[in-house]
Write a protein of this length. Structure first.
Length: 294
């Protein structure tokens, strides 16, 4: 751990030399100001954590409709390799065409639920719809089935170990494009009319809604807040700048996560500052936006 902290300090110094205006308290740290751990490789002992989380049941929620069905198989196959290996894992994969999903064989203790959902026309509505699905899922079904729920974008692949070090009451990942960004340049919704509004000068991190989790109860609260905000905005004929991710950031501004994941847990090989992120545990699949969203 000490070695890791020293390395982080050194990296910070390097960055300060390169870019003197960089936020001093860059999100390379291992503790938030509200004393939640920020998870980087080397900050935890998996042996201890595996004892603590022994026997926990973990859900993984993902939506794949229309052309995004193509991402589901690689997503699930990579999860079989790297996600919560050795634990009871239940996938909740929502799709508009279950027949189009190729068969996959799963490891022991792992279950796939393929669930039907109607696809919206606009990609923005599809993406936001996840909050509504989560409100229902975390209310009706999940309290009986899992202890923790992890929610992910489907256009991603697991690329390295992702285990119980990510579990906690409410867990969010720092957006890999903003982990060195000054507070006022974070990509919050700045429209005071939107339920997602966060004023300049406020906020902690900019979190990416492509990987987060928590207890079923906490994800129920989070998704309820986001869904209500989306509906309220729609009534006013507005939409937050980054759809449900903006509402997600608003929720996490009021309700601080109990654990924060470093960009090791969402990375994209196109991004700068990759030398600071040694492990790339969960990687964005490069896609042609115009092609897959139409
Ligand atoms: N999505 C989908 N079908 C679509 C558009 C989006 O299933 O036509 C889902 C999918 O889970 C995707 C998520 O919504 O990962 C968020 O959209 P996207 O990944 O395109 O957003 P980005 O990561 O590019 O911001
Ligand atoms: Mn995505």
């Amino acid at each position: 751990l000490n070695e890791h902290l020293m390395e982080i300090k050194q990296n910070e110094r390097k960055l300060l030399l390169r870019r003197p205006n960089i936020r001093r308290k860059a999100a390379l740290e291992v503790l938030t100001p509200w004393l939640a751990p920020i998870i980087w490789d080397g900050t935890y002992d998996l042996r201890i954590l595996n004892n603590q989380f022994k026997g926990k049941r973990i859900g993984l929620f993902v939506l794949a409709v229309k052309k995004y069905i193509r991402f589901l198989l690689p997503f699930l196959e990579s999860a079989e390799q790297h996600f919560m290996v050795g634990y009871s894992v239940t996938y909740y994969a929502f799709t508009d065409n279950t027949a189009a999903v190729p068969k996959i064989s799963l490891g022991a203790g792992r279950t796939l639920n393929l669930l039907e959902v109607e696809a919206d026309k606009r990609w923005q509505d599809i993406s936001m719809k996840r909050m509504q699905i989560l409100v229902n899922l975390t209310h009706d079904r999940l309290p009986k089935e899992v202890d923790y729920l992890v929610c992910a974008d489907v256009d991603m692949v697991f690329n390295d170990h992702v285990g119980v070090e990510i579990l906690g009451d409410l867990v969010a990942t720092i957006h890999p494009g903003f982990f060195l960004t000054q507070r006022n340049e974070l990509s919050y919704d700045r429209n005071p009319e939107s339920a997602a509004y966060i004023p300049y000068g406020e906020g902690d991190f900019y979190y990416m809604a492509a990987f987060y989790g928590g207890t079923v109860e906490e994800i129920n609260k989070l998704s309820t807040f986001c869904h209500k905000g989306i509906v309220a905005d729609k009534k006013k004929n507005i939409e937050a700048v980054w759809q449900e991710e903006s509402h997600f950031n608003k929720y996490l501004f009021f309700n601080k996560p109990t654990k924060v994941l470093s960009p090791e847990y969402i990375w994209d090989t196109n991004l700068p500052n990759g030398d600071l992120v040694k492990k790339r545990r969960f990687l964005a699949v490069h896609k042609n936006h115009i092609d897959v969203r139409n």
